[in-house]
Design a protein. Structure first.
Length: 112
């Protein structure tokens, strides 16, 4: 497995999310408009942006955990059963901590 490839992809994704978080913060810092109808729309938009921001922050935490696993040699190893996580799964979910089988069984029991 090419760990440098995954490390680069993870770092690129973190940068992308951090940039988007900065744009969200900038949008949220904008003052409300004077019109009450516009204020209501802005407040609804702010709620959506805050939700997106929280999701981005969570993904950054998961990606940082994946970088830690790369550093200590456990990236690509299922945390539940110890089997390798397929490269296809890691390409799709860069921070995947479990293999497809364990994910499908909702974190299921450790296979013997």
């Amino acid at each position: 497995m090419d760990l440098e490839h995954f490390e680069t992809r993870i770092n690129d994704r973190i940068t992308e999310l951090a940039d988007h978080l900065q744009r969200i913060k900038k949008d949220l810092d904008q003052p409300l408009l004077a019109d009450l109808n516009d204020q209501a729309i802005d407040l609804e938009d702010d709620e959506v942006l805050e939700g997106i921001g929280q999701a981005h922050q969570q993904e950054i935490r998961l990606l940082n955990a994946a970088l830690t696993r790369i550093e200590n040699g456990t990236y690509g190893v299922c945390q539940t059963c110890g089997d390798p996580i397929s490269e296809a799964r890691l390409e799709a979910v860069l921070y995947a901590p479990v293999c497809k089988d364990c994910a499908a069984s909702a974190g299921g029991e450790r296979r013997q």
